[in-house]
Design a protein around this ligand. Structure first.
Ligand SMILES: Cc1cc2nc3c(=O)[nH]c(=O)nc-3n(C[C@H](O)[C@H](O)[C@H](O)COP(=O)(O)O)c2cc1C
Length: 422
């Protein structure tokens, strides 16, 4: 289903995409953002503690979250020289569409709580830059609206397990015009997020005095995100969960929307039967599950530990990618969790991914500067991939192979010169 494209025709240059169409309202602010981590640093003070904690945190002790970043240091890149890298192309074909860069915006629930209309802002910037945007089912923006903003968007379902809901959801996603049905499979139950309890974030949202004070201390977010959302959209409801019943973000029914512990391969196969387009399972870490997904007719998988937000100490996708690729057959292999740099992406591709998803930084970018922020984030990452390709002596993603890197050598005793002199 996927291939790394070779030629650069008809693909916008990523570093210019988006900026052409949109006047940059936030230019001065974004001058200080030099890489994806800078968004978090700048936006942190602007967000209520509870909202910042919801996005930034991981499950339990945060070991999986930290390892998602640390793991990239286990591979060191090996450059090649004098190979004429004056023309470079980072485009990739996923599910029949040629995208400008090998990264996508990951599905993130409750995005509109973080930045005003963040789903639409991310979808818009992704459209202009020609990269995939994945809408979470756990969002307040109806998928039909996102389909109009960006007809190349994908949809990530938290699906009810009954057959009727499955059929109706497949029909709705198709009618909304979203191209790829992603089923999130690593949330059979909600995880243990102590950091949310500590910072006061709850879903359903409970307006405690502490949360109210958090809002008062962050007037910019209260006016530009909370009040504006309430004024323009009314009380937000999660409108993409099930066809008939859309709980508001204050509803007690909301705690049941994500985890569906009864979901099994049987229901995944039912989706496969009802959904005519590309079907992707997100949240796979085992080779065996990759093999079952392939046999069940999935077109793709996302190797992911949910950004360290589900099972703490879960393996990083980078630790299991090569083994999973060996079982993937013709499936498109995507990966996410911790990818922040062009070098991270190229390392993931070297282990067998066709492209990667990036989560938190794009949401922080939307919170900081709306679609301008997201477009800036896409440009920064695309530029890093472009420069890194050149420095590696490569002109396109088709040349990325395991040979571009070596595994870090375990630290041993310092080596002695043979003659003993120092
Ligand atoms: C705030 C937030 C909400 C998320 N909500 C969803 C979701 O609704 N569905 C889903 O499949 N993944 C969800 N994820 C996980 C992301 O899709 C992705 O796997 C993860 O963020 C990747 O890790 P990264 O943030 O380190 O790039 C969420 C992540 C964040 C940060």
């Amino acid at each position: 289903m996927s291939s790394h494209a070779a030629a650069a025709d008809s693909v916008p240059v990523p570093s210019e995409a988006g900026a052409r169409r949109r006047p940059q309202r936030h230019r001065r602010l974004l001058r200080h953002v030099l890489n994806l981590d800078d968004f978090e640093r700048l936006v942190r003070r602007r967000l209520p503690r509870a909202v910042y904690g919801y996005v930034s945190g991981g499950a339990e002790s945060g070991a999986a979250y930290r390892n998602n970043r640390d793991v990239f240091a286990n591979w060191h890149l090996v450059t090649r020289i004098l190979r004429d890298v004056s023309r470079r192309d980072q485009s990739v074909t996923l599910f029949g569409h040629r995208y400008a860069s090998p990264f996508a915006i990951a599905p993130m629930g409750a995005s509109a709580v973080v930045g005003y209309d963040a789903d639409n802002r991310m979808a818009e910037a992704a459209r202009d830059a020609n990269i995939p945007f994945v809408l979470s089912a756990n969002s307040i923006t109806p998928m039909e609206e996102i389909g109009r903003t960006n007809p190349h968007s994908w949809f990530a379902a938290y699906q009810q397990p009954d057959a009727r809901n499955i059929r109706e959801m497949c029909e709705r996603v198709a009618a909304a015009g979203l191209r790829v049905f992603v089923l999130t499979v690593d949330v059979p139950v909600g995880s243990n997020r102590e950091n949310n309890i500590r910072s006061g974030y709850t879903m359903p949202l409970r307006l405690t005095p502490r949360l109210a004070m958090d809002g008062v201390l962050h007037p910019r977010w209260s006016a530009a995100t909370a009040a504006r959302t309430l004024l323009r959209r009314g009380i937000p409801s999660i409108s993409n969960i099930e066809p008939r019943d859309h709980p508001t973000i204050f509803s007690r029914k909301l705690s049941a929307v994500t985890g569906h512990a009864a979901f099994s391969w049987q229901q995944a196969e039912l989706i496969r039967r009802h959904w005519q387009g590309p079907f992707v399972l997100k949240g796979i870490l085992s080779r065996e599950d990759a093999r079952i997904a392939r046999d069940a007719g999935a077109d793709g998988i996302v190797v992911s530990n949910h950004g360290g937000r589900q099972l703490d100490t879960a393996a990083s996708p980078m630790e299991v990618l090569a083994g999973i690729k060996a079982e993937a057959g013709g499936m498109t292999v995507l990966a996410d969790s911790g990818f922040r740099r062009g070098t991270d992406i190229l390392k993931g591709l070297a282990l067998g991914a066709d492209a990667v998803l990036v989560g938190r930084p794009f949401l922080f970018a939307a919170a900081l500067a709306g679609a301008d922020g997201v477009a800036h984030a896409i440009r920064l990452l695309a530029r890093e991939v472009d420069v890194d390709l050149a420095l590696l002596g490569l002109t396109g993603l088709g040349e990325v192979s395991p040979d571009i890197m070596i595994a870090r050598q375990p630290a041993g005793p310092p080596s002695q010169p043979p003659d003993g002199r120092g």
